[in-house]
Design a protein around this ligand. Structure first.
Ligand code: SAM
Length: 320
């Protein structure tokens, strides 16, 4: 039996250096927070990106988590931003004073910088675009990632590619789908108003381009920080992240170790996997799961790993 050392972090006691093994019965013991899948139509859509692995469906749980914390976060930290749904919710619904977001992908980063610093120009570009196949082709043939035009290209690619996937190899959705083709994914007015709403919050959004673990380190000692961690997950046979994101290699063990040292609160979200459950249990993190529908409409469970225990509450914000 390996040595056990008790270490206290975040008011948690956890055991360090223990070779924990996850038995099937442990998996079953993880509490389920609700028995019904969230109807995303009931959630305000704040991001103009329809992000693969996006967490709009998790917004009701994120809100309950933030509302249930013993402190009001001064900063909401989202090191793997993607579409940034969680940060936008935290700031726009006033659960936190401000948000700090980080993203490694340069195209997505440029889009975030433009939405924050140049929202009106980007919104006007969106409103003036006529989404014919020829016009889409002309935008895609442009080069470079910087400025409003680069941001516009990233947004357009996200809207018209299958599944919102922007990584190399993603295909454009079938033209003429439902008789509408590309225009069925291009709601200019809606997208422009979401971009303007982000621009209005610019003073409360800090965006960083780079490795999200550096943002975790930067905010590590801040007791008033709430971290939302939604990294790409490619381990243990879950290969989808490779296809979905250009940047997808994360050292999850290292990330868990860093999260065990943060002074604030955190919520991490992962596919339900024995390896992840084991990493969380070994550090004394709290586990819960919530139902969600995958792209094939099958019900699956997402793991929520938190610094503070989440209590199961059913019947809130959910519908079939
Ligand atoms: C699962 S997605 C996040 C989705 C987001 N929660 C949402 O609701 O839209 C993970 C994101 O992390 C980004 N990423 C990958 N490696 C990263 C790293 N080392 N640092 C920061 N971002 C990274 C990917 O490009 C991708 O946008």
């Amino acid at each position: 039996m390996p040595a056990t050392r008790e270490v206290g972090v975040n008011g948690l006691g956890f055991r360090d250096g223990v070779e924990a093994r996850v038995e099937p019965r442990d998996v079953q013991m993880i509490p389920t927070l609700s028995d019904r899948v969230v109807n995303v139509a009931s959630v305000p859509q704040r991001s103009p990106l329809r992000y693969p692995g996006g967490k709009t469906w998790l917004v009701p749980e994120i809100r309950k988590w933030l509302a249930g914390l013993s402190f009001r976060p001064e900063v909401f930290v989202e090191p793997f931003a993607g579409g940034g749904v969680a940060s936008l919710t935290a700031v726009m619904d006033c659960y936190a004073d401000r948000a700090a977001l980080c993203e490694k992908d340069p195209d997505v980063s440029n889009l975030w910088r433009c939405m924050i610093n140049d929202a009106e120009r980007l919104a006007l570009r969106v409103e003036s675009f006529v989404p014919t196949p020829e016009n889409v082709g002309a935008v895609f043939s442009g080069a470079g990632v910087s400025g409003v035009e680069g941001a516009f290209r990233t947004l357009l690619r996200n809207r018209v590619n299958r599944g919102g996937i922007m990584a190399v190899g993603a295909s454009v959705m079938r033209q003429g789908e439902n008789g509408n083709g590309i225009s069925s994914r291009w709601y200019a007015e809606t997208l422009a108003s979401r971009i303007r709403a982000i621009g209005e919050c610019a003073g409360r959004l800090d965006f960083f381009q780079g490795d999200g673990v550096n943002l975790v380190e930067l905010c590590r000692d801040n007791r008033s920080a709430a971290f939302f961690i939604d990294p790409p997950y490619t381990a243990a046979g879950k290969r989808a992240g490779r296809r979905l994101y250009t940047y997808n290699e994360i050292d999850h063990e290292d990330l868990f170790e860093r999260m065990s040292r943060v002074a604030g609160a955190f919520m991490m979200t992962y596919d339900e996997s024995p390896d992840i459950i084991e990493m969380a249990r070994r550090r004394g993190f709290h586990l819960a799961k919530v139902p969600m529908k995958n792209t094939h409409h099958a019900v699956m469970y997402e793991l929520l790993i938190t610094s503070h225990e989440l209590s199961p509450r059913s019947g809130l914000d959910v519908s079939g």
